[in-house]
Design a protein around this ligand. Structure first.
Ligand code: GCU
Length: 610
């Protein structure tokens, strides 16, 4: 091809690409995140589905050439990587990518810990899964993603079909009529570059694990199917009643809600609402009772396991089923024990929760983002209560409407997925966010949204402490006017002075609300021993835990729970000390390999006496 004609061709491509931009091409902009997905189908595990987990081909694309031309304009459909073209089918064609020839990644799973060359990778990466399928008449189909961090654009058989922003909540996209009988090509463009306007923002003390980090399924439902439902308990004047609603997609007739063990079966009214008197065994850590609940319509049937309990605050008291409780907790990041990254199986969830149970916990703070559904459901079966949170963390872009919409969407998706889990008792909307007018109004709106979406749980945030001098500490945060708890992080003896200050520090609070300490702790390298005053030794960490729990036991008015930071050492790109941190935050009560540090037993002992 002569230089002139190649230039003409280039010019033609450029013109075509520019012409395409005004067709409202769905670009992965990242600046004003929008979601283009279908309504979320809940209780996915109970639906008919075909797993798409396993080996997916992938292409890392730091310059985003799979989607944009050299002028950063979107390529015309058919010439971007969603086309999934072959580089060998037509030897005369110039195709400079080919999924068939590419390497593979395991889905679910972050890419950082699967490939040495992707350890620090933050950018665009393409996944491709080929699968054979025979769609059935009269059925509807949805592609379901447990989570993709951070932004996903999904293409099926060469066409973009959906877009989702947010790395820790599920989404699904209807593909009825778009599936081919026989071979299908599913291409997912993922971007996990950190952005100021994102949620979380561009700095976090955890590893920015990118990828399709949770399972992918092709879900099959009837034409008219049960989309979502809420089944809760409330106390009426004549006793307790179970109430809620059923939402169907399509025009499914009245739904029936049955709980065989209670001998109950009722029809929902025209609005999908229902309620009936019932006195179920109440869910609690000592007796995590779950009931089989069957939701049925003329064309669909979904079974779930649901517990019933009451959670409320009364002055400084936290009550579960009317009785005072103390939340003996621990914070957990969603990272598997060992050298891997994100949790990818129920067994890995159990390994983490077994350690929490061994410490004597009846509570876990699933930090700093919604964990996978298995983790929540397993904790529920084990009688472990949950603090669930969205990654509104540190210095969020408070003035950006797109950022608020993203945070509100992640909160809505989190609550929609988990609203029927009895063990979740707290929704948290933020962690350690510096106080300002903009931050207050942003979070007030989120707290209101959480209360609107779910009036049955407490809503709070992890706030910061205020030093009043002379060992006197309080929390003076405008959020307390709206949160149900005074919950905050304190690092006496680690970021604040030496451990001895715990012996003279005392906390008081204005508001008559229960107090919950959502973080405290210190770092140590498992197996490193030395003088108690030497940082990073197990002795230092143990001494701090002894003094800290002594302070919490005696000098925190209204304390109803603690979740020390943190169960397990976890990767963070902020932890550079060679030979000590090596990309790990070392505040784990167990090492990343699961070795318990001596402070683990300080917590176990303190909780055994609560
Ligand atoms: C903060 C923050 C955590 C962080 C911890 C630490 O409190 O909430 O995400 O890991 O401190 O500094 O270890």
């Amino acid at each position: 091809m002569t230089r002139t004609s190649s230039h003409l061709l280039l010019l033609a491509c450029a013109i075509c690409a520019i012409a395409c931009t005004d067709k409202n091409v769905k670009t992965a902009s990242g600046n004003v995140p929008f979601n283009d997905v279908s309504p979320l189908i809940t209780n996915i595990g109970a639906r008919t589905s075909y797993s798409l987990d396993g080996a997916w081909k992938y292409i890392a694309d730091p310059q985003r050439i799979g989607y944009y031309n050299y002028r950063n304009k979107p390529l015309a459909p058919g010439s971007n990587y969603f086309a999934d073209r072959s580089s060998t089918a037509d030897p005369t064609a110039l195709v400079e990518y080919d999924f068939d020839l590419a390497d593979s990644l395991a889905v679910p799973g972050d890419w950082n810990t699967q490939k040495e060359k992707l350890y620090f990778y933050e950018g665009m990466l393409w996944y491709r899964k080929k699968f054979n399928f025979e769609p059935a008449e009269g059925k509807r189909y949805f592609l379901y993603f447990g989570a993709v961090n951070y932004e996903a654009v999904v293409g099926l058989n060469g066409k973009e079909i959906g877009h989702h922003t947010g790395g820790f909540t599920p989404f699904d996209i209807e593909v009825t009529g778009k599936l081919r009988s026989g071979s299908n090509s599913l291409v997912v463009m993922v971007q996990n570059d950190r952005r100021k306007e994102a949620v979380p923002t561009d700095i976090t003390d955890w590893w920015n694990y990118g990828g399709i980090t949770r399972s992918v399924k092709l879900v099959e439902v009837p034409e008219n199917f049960i989309l979502d439902y809420s089944v809760q308990i409330r106390s009426g004047d004549g006793g307790n009643e179970i109430y809620g609603w059923v939402k169907t997609d399509g025009n499914a007739e009245g739904a029936t809600v049955s709980i065989p063990e209670l001998g109950k079966s009722v029809k929902a009214d025209a609005t999908g609402g229902f309620s009936f008197a019932a006195e179920p065994e109440l869910w609690c850590p000592e007796n995590p009772k779950l009931y089989d609940v069957i939701i049925e319509t003329a064309s669909d049937k979904v079974a779930d396991r649901i517990g019933f309990r009451f959670v409320e605050t009364k002055g400084k008291k936290l009550l579960l089923n009317g009785k005072e409780i103390f939340c003996k907790g621990v914070s957990i990041h969603e990272e598997q024990i060992g050298m891997g990254g994100r949790v990818t199986s129920r067994e890995q969830c159990r390994a983490l929760l077994d350690e929490a149970a061994a410490m004597g916990c009846n509570f876990v703070r699933l930090a700093h983002y919604p964990h996978n559904e298995d983790m929540v459901r397993l904790a529920e079966e084990m009688g472990i209560m949950v603090w669930s949170e969205i990654p509104v963390y540190w210095t969020i872009d408070w003035n950006n409407q797109g950022t608020f919409d993203n945070a509100a969407t992640q909160l809505t998706e989190n609550i929609t997925r988990d609203r029927n889990r009895a063990n979740i008792i707290i929704w948290s909307v933020a962690n350690e966010t510096p106080i300002s007018e903009e931050r207050n109004s942003f979070l007030f709106k989120l707290i209101d949204r959480a209360h609107e979406l779910d009036g049955t749980r407490l809503v709070s945030a992890a706030m910061e402490v205020k030093d009043l001098g002379g060992g006197h500490v309080t929390v003076d945060d405008p959020l307390i006017a709206k949160t149900d708890l005074i919950s905050f992080n304190e690092y006496m003896g680690w970021y604040w002075g030496s451990s001895r200050i715990c012996d003279t520090t005392y906390f008081t609070f204005e508001a008559e609300k229960p107090v919950f300490i959502s973080e405290f702790g210190a770092g140590a390298v498992a197996g490193r021993h030395g003088d108690v005053s030497a940082r990073w030794t197990e002795e230092y960490m143990e001494d701090l835990y002894v003094r800290n729990t002594g302070m919490l036991e005696n000098r925190v008015d209204g304390l109803v729970g603690t979740t020390p930071w943190i169960l397990k050492d976890f990767r963070s790109t902020r932890r550079h000390l060679t030979g000590t941190q090596d990309d790990y935050n070392r505040k784990g009560l167990i090492s990343n390999m699961g070795v318990r540090k001596s402070a683990f037993y300080v917590m176990k002992d303190w909780y055994s006496k609560k």
